[in-house]
Ligand binder design. Structure first.
Ligand SMILES: [Fe+2]
Length: 341
């Protein structure tokens, strides 16, 4: 199924979701900064830390078209043996939705490796509310996501830290939600956008870490739907490596998250999924826009060939990182060292 055709369905779902308890609960910003951290990590004895990203597994339990996604996840975990896994959403793509999510995440739950999710637009489109889906995922062993924060839009907003010689890296997970319908003279239907209270939540953490470290701490943001600035980046920036198989499909609404990243001076890379035929690294405006490698199956469109994952490797004392795509079976593609500080 092509993306343009399933966006319509997504917008319809979001129109219903706009009246849900989740949206009401998250409409008022918290007065007190929530500085909770989902996971605090340190380097291994070799001075390395490996983070594996899965994205867009689009799993449907008991559907034979899903088989290769499950194999992909299992094989990557065994092949990479990461210290942390982040799944950037579209975990499932059909009913039964919670059993589908739990089944594709089972290899993570049984691996003994800590993991977290940043939910995708499809993860609450098949019956269960986003809150119920997130609660079910959090119940699995190894999941480090914290409970949804009061006053912060969405569910999967979390912070993870990596320390060596002091705090060296921060990973921000944002919930980029599903889709949105804004009423007015001209009704706007589009993918959702990162809300003001999510940005405030990020700024609270960023300010705290900068104050503690005495400088902005190199950070990476993970979420499902790319920012709209990536479109300009494709004409004005440089693709350092990877496949560019389709135009990006961000929200039509720009709430200024990129400006906040630049203003706070810590986030150097934005890592997303969502556009299945892209797995590139784009360098534009002092920011790396990085797509994960499609980790899914044949329940939706995909034209890259083998599924896989993206790996990030951090070295103690270094502000940058290495990243590459790993395909099912072990082939490495696009090895890059991204060292902008
Ligand atoms: Fe997807």
């Amino acid at each position: 199924m092509k993306r343009r055709s399933f966006l319509k369905g997504a917008a319809f779902v979001a129109a219903g979701a706009a009246a849900s308890p989740l949206f009401k609960a998250c409409s008022t910003p918290s007065k007190k900064a929530d500085l909770s951290v989902a996971g605090r990590f340190s380097y291994g004895p070799d001075g390395k830390f490996t983070l594996l990203q899965f994205t867009d597994t689009h799993y449907i339990a008991s559907d034979p078209r899903s088989e290769r996604a499950l194999k992909c996840v299992q094989e990557a975990l065994e092949g990479v043996k990461p210290d942390l896994v982040i799944h950037t959403g579209d975990i499932l793509f059909g009913k039964p939705d919670i059993p589908s999510a739990l089944e594709i995440l089972q290899p993570l739950a049984g691996s003994g490796i800590p993991w977290a999710v940043a939910l995708g637009n499809h993860d609450s489109q098949f019956g269960s509310s986003r809150e119920d889906m997130f609660r079910a995922i959090r119940s699995l062993p190894g999941c480090i996501n914290l409970e949804p924060k009061e006053g912060v839009y969405g569910c999967s907003n979390d912070v993870i830290t990596l320390s060596g010689n002091g705090l060296e890296h921060v990973f921000y997970l944002f919930d980029s939600m599903d889709a949105v319908v804004l009423k007015g003279e001209e009704e706007i239907h589009c993918y959702d956008y990162i809300r003001h209270n999510q940005i405030a939540w990020y700024r609270d953490h960023s300010r705290h870490f900068t104050s503690k470290a005495g400088h902005p701490v190199p950070s990476i943001a993970f979420f499902h739907i790319p920012l709209c600035e990536i479109q300009e980046g494709l004409t004005a920036g440089t693709i350092l490596a990877g496949n560019n198989g389709e135009p990006p499909c961000p929200s039509r609404l720009n709430s200024g998250l990129l400006a906040q990243f630049r203003e706070m001076g810590d986030v150097r890379a934005i890592v997303t999924g969502h556009d299945h035929d892209c797995d590139y690294v784009l360098d534009y405006g002092q920011m790396y826009y990085i797509y994960g490698r499609y980790s899914g199956c044949d329940t939706v469109y995909n034209h890259l060939g083998l599924s896989g994952c993206r790996v990030f490797e951090f070295t103690r004392g270094e502000p940058g990182f290495r990243t590459w795509v790993r395909l099912y079976g072990g082939e490495i593609q696009q090895p890059l060292t991204l060292s902008r500080s």
